[in-house]
Design a protein around this ligand. Sequence first.
Ligand code: 2AM
Ligand code: CA
Length: 266
Amino acid sequence: MPNIDLHQLELQVVDIAREVGNIIREKRESYQPVSIEEKSAHNLVTEVDKLAEKLLTEKLSKAFPGSGFLGEEGADISSENGYRWIVDPIDGTTNFVHGLPLYSTSIALEKEGELVLGVVNHISMDRVFHTSLGRKSYCNGVEINTSSQKVVDTSLMVTGFPYHEKQLDQFLDAYKYLIRNSRGVRRLGSAAIDLCLVAAGHFEAFYEVGLNPWDVAAGALLVQNAGGKTSTLAETDDYLHGKSIIASNNHIHRELLDILHQFIEV
Ligand code: 2AM
Ligand code: CA
């Protein structure tokens, strides 16, 4: 297995995320919604998602030859060196299609199942969040930290609603409780941005079910390296493949889990 300079690679990936983000932004400015497909009901994909994934595959493979690749739009390359990129070219495609400035590119690197690097470009805000193993989390080079709020009552949270009917009702019950017993729960539509905003201390926590590894991989490492905590709603560590995630500032993790467990079957 190669010995790599992760910090150096992190900075290279920040540049790649910016380059591809600029192309996504230009495409959005001249965007004609002629080729939107629905992968499944209401799950959109555009030609820009596919182009961005192709560019990312090429650039990341060049930056770190021999590494594998898992991308939302189908890229699946096996690893020759034990490392694999986990990439969502556009997280928040529905926002992208509707022209809402809440979409991002999410790039993570894992080594035998362990996350070692995470970069998220919040494209319309020119903010690139970045981290790697053993380092802090940064936004455009400036260190970020999770918030110090201690209780749910004074917390602002963010979530996404489930795509399954039964879980949706349970989530709405939890949502109702939290609206009455916290500063609120936002719903932005890009899990990667949600996680960055927990890492940067704007939200105390994010929770959602039914997500895929590419939605959460980079953002989860950003939360951890900013001082926060991540787990599944069932309190295991498998938030990448476990189909549920709670990411918090650590302080409210236990209290929020106990609240969610009153309403949501895990
Ligand atoms: P995407 O834009 O890459 O598809 C919002 O709650 C999050 O859910 C986003 O990260 C979004 O990622 C993802 N998402 C959107 N539609 C989805 C669907 N039908 N099933 C699962 N995840 C979805
Ligand atoms: Ca996507």
